[in-house]
Design a protein. Sequence first.
Length: 276
Amino acid sequence: MSALEWFAHKPLGGGIFWIQERFYESGNRANIWLVRGSQRDVVIDAGLGLRSLPDYLRDAGLLAPAEGVGPRPLLAVATHVHFDHSGGLQHFEEVAVHSAEAAALLQGDNYEAVTWLSDREVARPPRPGWSARQFRVPPVRPSRLLQEGDVISLGDRQLTVMHMPGHSRGSICLHDKDRKILFSGDVVYDGSMIDWLPYSRISDYVASCQRLMELVDRGLVEKVLPGHFNIFGAERLYRLASNYISQAGVCHKISTCAMRSIASIALRVTNSRITS
C-alpha cells in the first residue's frame, strides 16, 4: 500500500491541514496536523509510521516549495512519545520532543510509548504478511529538545511550547498565540482524559488543566486542534478541564492506581514478547 492510499487529509484554511491514517480504525488513531509557514513547515504528531508521512506530504502536494530549489525545512514535533503519535517520527530528518521523553524516544522504549496495537484495529495491512505483533516504535534521535516557553518559528507564525504533564511526563501543547489556536495533543481532547498509563500523574494533570482554564479566562484560545477526535472551542475546553479537576478526588486516585498497575503489567508482558 502506498502512502497516498494510507493517509488522507482535509484543508482547514490558514495553512493548516488535518491528516489521518485511513485504515487505522481505532479510538487510538491520532490526529496529525500539518502547519505551513513562510519559512518552515511543521508536522504535529506523526501517527503509527506504517507508511511514510513525508512521502504522503510530497506526493499529495502539501509541501509548498521554498523561494529557492526544493521544499522548505520540515520539522516533526511529537506532543508526546506514545506509539500512536510517535511511530512515524522515524521517517523525518528533523524531530522535536520534550526533553522529559527524549531518552525514551532515543532508546525505542515501547513501555513508555505504551505500544499496544492489535490486528483488528488495522482494516487493511500496509503490506503483505504484516502483523501488529511486529509493530514497535523504533529508536529515533531527536534533533531538538523542547522546554516550556520555547518558540518554534515558522517565519510568519510562532508556536509556543507549553509543557503540560499528566497524561505523560513530556506531554506538550503548542500555542499559536496570534491566531488563538491550541494544538493540544493528548493533554485534552473531546473524550475521557487518560491518566492511568505509565508516567501519568494526576496531580500534574490537575495543574495542567488549571493552566488550560486560565488560557480560556484570558481569552488566549478560541480553537483547539486535539490529538484525537474532533476540533472544539474555548467553552468546551474550559468544561473538559474543569470536569477533570472536579473528578480528581480520592476515589478517582484509588481506581486510577489500580488501572495503572494492570496497564503496566500488560505493557511489560506485551513488549517482552515483541523483543523476544
